[in-house]
Design a binder for this molecule. Structure first.
Ligand code: PEP
Length: 257
């Protein structure tokens, strides 16, 4: 089995102004040790307005918290009021940009073509997209989760070459599990994450499939993360609510203990 370094990414959503962000990252930075960073990549995903403040707290060494943005414009620059470009995020040394989060798909009507364009924009600026996919409750109840998610993966990766897909992160987030406290079973998470990896092997090759980190997201907490991480194709977690509590998030990062 290939060595995929786990990634624990905290999606803060629309929480924490820049001062609150500083306090939260300081608490995490105090708690996390070299050994934690040897074992996992740790990332925070604050609102745009806090990224600069978070940047000033973080040392540029490998034993450091990484950070990213919750969205990115598909456009390079120009008359797109309210958008933030990938180049702007790269200038702030963001490592990641979340694209296609279910809340963006739902409240901002983002479709797979837009998600694809955003992923391409991030990759062109050397930012790793965290590409979110996941089925709603109706699809799950009908047993259509794998087909639904694979169609999202196909759409989001369209015309992205293998060398760029290698450094992409995919997050499987069943919509019915996000912010509901209803975590997917480890078996349900593994079923879809394994299907995504098989699809990557079909679309590209086995080497690409082995390298891509596939996260699970949806009501992950300190108490349920270990069993999810024990699944062969789950390489980390995208964490919403629990990432706002530094103690809980550090517990998630230490799921091996
Ligand atoms: C998310 O928004 O990506 C998420 C997984 O949220 P929560 O952990 O709160 O379910």
């Amino acid at each position: 089995t290939p060595a995929r370094k786990p990634l624990m990414a905290g999606n803060w959503k629309m929480n924490n102004n820049h001062l609150e962000a500083i306090a939260l990252v300081q608490k995490m930075a105090f708690a996390l040790k070299e050994a934690d960073f040897e074992a996992v990549d740790v990332a925070v995903i604050p609102p745009f307005t806090a990224i600069r403040s978070v940047q000033t707290l973080i040392d540029a060494d490998k034993y450091a918290i990484q950070y990213g943005a919750q969205d990115v414009s598909p456009h390079a620059s120009g008359a797109y009021t309210g958008d933030i470009s990938a180049a702007m995020l790269a200038k702030l040394r963001c490592s990641y940009a979340v694209v296609g989060h279910s809340e963006r798909r739902q409240y901002h009507r983002e479709d797979d073509a837009l998600v694809n364009a955003k992923a391409k924009a991030a990759l062109a600026a050397d930012i790793t997209p965290i590409l979110c996919v996941g089925e709603g409750l109706d699809v799950r109840k009908a047993g259509g989760q794998v087909a639904h998610v694979l169609a999202q993966v196909d759409g989001a990766l369209e015309k992205i070459p293998a060398d760029q897909v290698r450094r992409t992160v995919i997050a499987y987030e069943p919509v019915w599990a996000i912010g509901t406290g209803e975590v997917a079973t480890p078996q349900d998470a593994q079923e879809v994450c394994a299907a995504i990896r098989t699809r990557l092997a079909e679309l590209y090759d086995g080497g690409v499939a082995d390298e891509v980190r596939i996260l699970y997201g949806g009501s992950v907490k300190g108490g349920n993360v270990a069993k999810l991480m024990a699944q062969a194709d789950v390489d980390g977690a995208l964490v919403g609510g629990a990432s706002l509590d530094p103690g809980e998030f550090v517990k998630i990062c230490r799921y091996r203990d």
